[in-house]
Design a protein around this ligand. Structure first.
Ligand SMILES: *[C@@H]1O[C@H](CO)[C@@H](O)[C@H](O)[C@H]1NC(C)=O
Ligand SMILES: *[C@@H]1O[C@H](CO)[C@@H](O)[C@H](O)[C@H]1NC(C)=O
Ligand SMILES: *[C@@H]1O[C@H](CO)[C@@H](O)[C@H](O)[C@H]1NC(C)=O
Ligand SMILES: *[C@@H]1O[C@H](CO)[C@@H](O)[C@H](O)[C@H]1NC(C)=O
Ligand SMILES: *[C@@H]1O[C@H](CO)[C@@H](O)[C@H](O)[C@H]1NC(C)=O
Ligand SMILES: *[C@@H]1O[C@H](CO)[C@@H](O)[C@H](O)[C@H]1NC(C)=O
Length: 188
């Protein structure tokens, strides 16, 4: 009798665990590309200007941290700047706005002026409204052309990869303000 109860309990436990196994969700599923309409990718070129306002009461790029030796380093090594910069169609600050360049850059080279760029560009122009591109790269600011990898995106830019070319359009040596021209090529 006791044996029967034990084996009945065992069978119920086994059946219950099989039931649980049947109910559990798969961890990974292979899907056809058409599920997310990825059969073909678009190549988009974006052209805009990035307004890095460092000086004055309306600064949009602000130093938030530094290393103990930042002020004596020839490259300002360790300085970390957070930015929420205006992006426009033309080089003038009052030109049509296309979005914001939000992120941080930090002096990351002991010998040559070079920043590490960690940026999310959020666009508000019509079909790109709310979509973002993420950029992570090395910015040797004295070079005429700098190239940054586009590491991803959201919205219309899901699955994005590509690159950005940055050129300094204007630099004010007395307060550090800069206007940087961007050409971005994105597969998405
Ligand atoms: C700062 O922004 C305010 C408000 O938009 C504006 O009135 C002022 O002229 C700006 N100052 C400078 C120096 O750009
Ligand atoms: C934009 O600013 C420039 C001066 O920098 C001025 O000549 C022009 O009239 C302004 N345009 C508009 C639309 O406000
Ligand atoms: C850094 O600058 C030195 C000269 O100042 C140059 O020889 C070297 O190639 C530069 N390195 C990089 C990675 O740009
Ligand atoms: C962008 O989207 C926001 C809401 O997410 C909306 O308020 C705004 O009007 C849109 N702008 C354009 C240009 O479509
Ligand atoms: C890709 O390009 C086509 C044709 O220009 C357009 O209709 C579609 O919305 C684009 N897709 C994305 C994700 O931007
Ligand atoms: C450069 O910055 C200085 C100091 O803020 C300012 O007086 C000057 O007008 C700026 N020059 C230009 C061309 O914006």
């Amino acid at each position: 009798m006791a044996n029967n109860i034990i084996s009945t309990t065992t069978i119920i436990l086994i059946l219950f665990s099989l039931f649980l196994a049947g109910k559990s969700q798969p961890f990974s599923t292979s899907l056809p590309r058409s599920t997310l309409r990825l059969e073909r990718q678009n190549l988009t070129r974006l052209h805009f200007f990035f307004h890095d306002v460092v000086g004055g009461p309306n600064a949009t790029a602000i130093r938030v941290a530094a290393a103990p030796n930042t002020n004596t380093s020839p490259t300002g090594f360790g300085a970390v700047v957070m930015n929420d910069n205006l992006l426009t169609v033309g080089p003038e600050p009052n030109s049509t706005r296309v979005g914001r360049g939000q992120g941080m850059y930090a002096s990351a080279d002991f010998n040559n002026m070079s920043f590490m760029m960690v940026q999310n560009y959020v666009f508000d122009e019509e079909r790109f409204n709310g979509s973002t591109l993420s950029i992570l790269g090395r910015n040797p600011i004295m070079s005429p052309v700098r190239e940054f990898p586009v590491v991803g995106g959201t919205g219309v830019f899901r699955f994005a990869r590509g690159y950005a070319e940055a050129r300094t359009f204007f630099f004010n040596a007395s307060n550090g303000d800069a206007i940087v021209e961007y050409n971005v090529y994105v597969l998405h």
